[in-house]
Design a protein around this ligand. Structure first.
Ligand code: VAH
Length: 318
């Protein structure tokens, strides 16, 4: 990877992935591209930044050509809850944006990273130890775009030789950029409320168990996969990966070990509850471990300790 483009660079993953890539491959070699959401100042000041809509194929192709891009981390997407509010827009951005990236990659010989999700599974998928290869009939528009994206990336690899690789991410927890309209956003919001007010009203039921991952692990996994030996990859799009699996009740109990006065309440959002209920409880990520050595660093206790520490500093209470 010499010249990298990150689309969706102002989003939850993109904000941290861009900085990690710049640290590792040189700031001038990582072009951050955003649209709609303003970039964090650290991101804009630390290397090249541009703004365009991934649905504009000609602008995308020109950027890839002008910057001689050889690897695209394509993160621009609408998430699950927003996707249910605006399904036609989510299809347009998530699918036409991806098709434009794959076409640019085909013409210019770029490798492509595509973030799939546990959202690519549905009610008919085995919910515990969800296999790498299994039934994928998601109940959300977001999930439909993720399954379609996985298949489109496989097609571009098989038909045109594009080096496409992807991960099925669980819910991601970050202390840098806020999430933007996902079903797992509670697992970030709870930390801000725990530090700010000492109470959080959760929009998912207390016993809703979902796979989760701390953002440092998610960033490492993307770079790890894209720098792995492609000849050893039997599954390219997209590997199950997870780091922990917990419920809001369990997360609150872990926070209370650090903030004994913290309390949690429940104001269920029926839309996001229905989405969460259609997703797996825990994925089997043995294929990622076997094919490219995936290993997470953060479990629940270590993540909670680090999140509380970082959020307290961010809110001036550290
Ligand atoms: C969402 N954060 O909630 C995303 C993610 C597994 C969840 O895909 O939509």
């Amino acid at each position: 990877m010499k010249k990298i483009l990150v689309t969706g660079a102002t989003g939850q993953i993109g904000s941290e992935l861009t900085m990690a890539l710049r640290d590792r491959f040189g700031a001038d070699n990582v072009l951050a591209a955003g649209h709609g959401r303003p970039p964090l100042s650290k991101l804009q000041q630390s290397g090249p930044y541009c703004s365009f809509d991934v649905r504009d194929a000609s602008v995308l192709r020109q950027v890839v050509e002008d910057y001689q891009i050889d690897t695209i981390f394509h993160l621009a997407s609408l998430l699950s809850a927003v996707g249910e509010e605006k399904p036609q827009l989510a299809w347009d951005i998530n699918m036409n944006g991806l098709l434009n990236v794959l076409e640019a990659a085909r013409v210019h010989g770029c490798a492509v990273f595509f973030p799939s999700s546990i959202g690519a599974f549905g009610p008919g998928t085995p919910a515990v130890d969800t296999p790498q290869d299994t039934i994928q009939r998601p109940a959300t528009l977001y999930g439909i775009t993720k399954v379609s994206g996985e298949l489109l990336c496989d097609y571009y690899h098989r038909r045109f030789g594009v080096d496409t690789r992807g991960l099925r991410y669980p819910g991601l927890i970050s202390n840098v950029a806020l999430p933007g309209g996902g079903t797992t956003d509670y697992a970030v919001d709870i930390f801000y409320e725990a530090v700010k007010s000492g109470h959080y009203d959760c929009f998912l039921d207390a016993d809703t168990q979902l796979d989760m991952m701390y953002m440092p692990d998610a960033i490492d996994a993307a770079i790890w996969l894209m720098t792995a030996d492609g000849r050893k990859l039997r599954h390219r799009n997209a590997f199950n990966i997870t780091a922990m699996s917990f419920t809001p009740r369990q997360l609150a109990a872990e926070i209370q070990k650090h903030l004994p006065g913290f309390t949690i309440g429940y104001r269920i959002d029926p839309v996001r509850q229905a989405i969460a209920d259609s997703w797996p409880r825990h994925m089997d990520d043995s294929a990622a471990r076997a094919e490219w050595g995936w290993r997470p660093r953060f479990g629940l206790p270590k993540m909670v300790e680090d999140m509380l520490e970082k959020i307290a500093v961010k809110l001036g209470k550290g």
